[in-house]
Ligand binder design. Structure first.
Ligand code: UDP
Ligand code: MG
Length: 317
């Protein structure tokens, strides 16, 4: 059995509107690049519309399409992970969004850079067609993450990337539970390079990422790749101890050296108690966050559950 050289991975969640354009553009691309062999791994992330049906009809007619049906909605990052786990591309794997915001045609440019010896070619968004709030939030977030994380953070890059077989094999071995793939990709190392592009608007339909989901993703980026929050608490604790000690010494000196009666300071006392109750709550929360991560990781549940697949025009359970 000959495996394809290149796999495209496309996670799909309620993308019936853009499905036909997606297939059309992928087919055109695969027909043009006739010197490579391809497969398209479409991952249905528990869609509630007709996406699964469209995927099935398409894959039963075209052996280049390899479909994965997850047992429910697991979210974009896990859908991508599921795709990575079954992709057969012997040379490289390219992750793209199903709404065509990651133009598949850029494959040829990515592949050139891959051939020059890069194990990872990731896309960097030059322009975003998004509302000002999202633009600002993204801009600020990536710069914050770069400052505080323990890995090299690629500014303004998402999951749109071409990965070598070697990198995919490593990613598949990582058991990390709350997945932040763009972080893991950077963590893996090897020779990596970026490719700048203007991110277009989605082809059809609406974003499947709610603000809550984006927040969770951003959160995972920070807590999975940075020990900054914990270090911050420790430093704050040390600073507090130093300040209160100095205040204590100051009061003693005032009382016994300068014989000033010490009675004032009720407001200060109250203020300090309230302030540090807050600080303690935040600190507990931050520690709790790491404990929670250990909790979920230790359970060792599978990251996603595959219901069935369509490979070579056949349904496999
Ligand atoms: N997606 C998914 N599962 C989800 C949410 C999104 O598989 O729970 C897919 C979605 O179908 C799309 C890609 O992930 O192909 C990116 O999602 P979207 O375009 O909604 O995100 P945005 O581009 O707005 O950040
Ligand atoms: Mg999108």
């Amino acid at each position: 059995m000959n495996h394809p050289q290149i796999s495209f991975i496309v996670p799909l969640y309620n993308e019936q509107e853009s499905f036909s354009i997606l297939v059309e553009r992928l087919n055109k691309l695969m027909d043009t690049c006739s010197s490579q062999s391809f497969e398209v791994v479409m991952v249905n992330d528990g869609s509630k519309d007709r996406t699964a049906e469209l995927m099935q009809v398409n894959a039963l007619n075209d052996a280049r399409y390899h479909c994965v049906f997850l047992s429910r909605n697991f979210g974009h990052q896990l859908a991508l992970s599921a795709g990575l786990s079954v992709a057969r591309g012997t040379e490289a794997v390219m992750c793209i969004d199903g709404d065509l915001q990651d133009p598949p045609e850029l494959f040829t440019e990515f592949y050139k850079l891959f051939k020059e010896g890069n194990e990872v070619v990731y896309a960097v968004r030059r322009n975003r067609k998004e509302n000002w709030f999202k633009k600002f939030a993204y801009h600020f977030y990536y710069r914050l993450l770069k400052k505080i994380s323990n890995i090299e953070v690629n500014l303004d890059s998402g999951d749109f990337a071409l990965l070598s077989r070697k990198v995919v094999d490593i990613l598949n071995q990582l058991p990390e539970e709350s997945r932040y793939l763009r972080g893991l990709r950077s963590w893996v190392g090897f020779q990596q390079t970026s490719f700048e592009y203007d991110r277009p608007e989605r082809a059809a339909g609406e974003t499947k990422y709610s603000l809550g989901m984006l927040y969770r993703l951003a959160y995972n980026g920070i807590f999975n790749f940075s020990d900054f929050p914990v270090k911050f608490i420790t430093n704050m604790g040390i600073a507090t101890v130093l300040i209160s000690l100095s205040y204590f010494i100051y009061t003693i000196v005032k009382r016994f050296v300068f014989h000033v009666p010490v009675v004032e300071g009720f407001t200060g006392l109250l203020f300090t108690i309230i302030l540090f109750s807050g600080v303690q709550l935040i600190s507990l929360g931050i520690i709790g966050e790491y404990v929670l991560r250990i909790f979920f990781q230790v359970k060792g549940r599978p990251l996603f559950i595959i219901k069935n697949r369509i490979v070579d025009k056949k349904i496999v359970e």
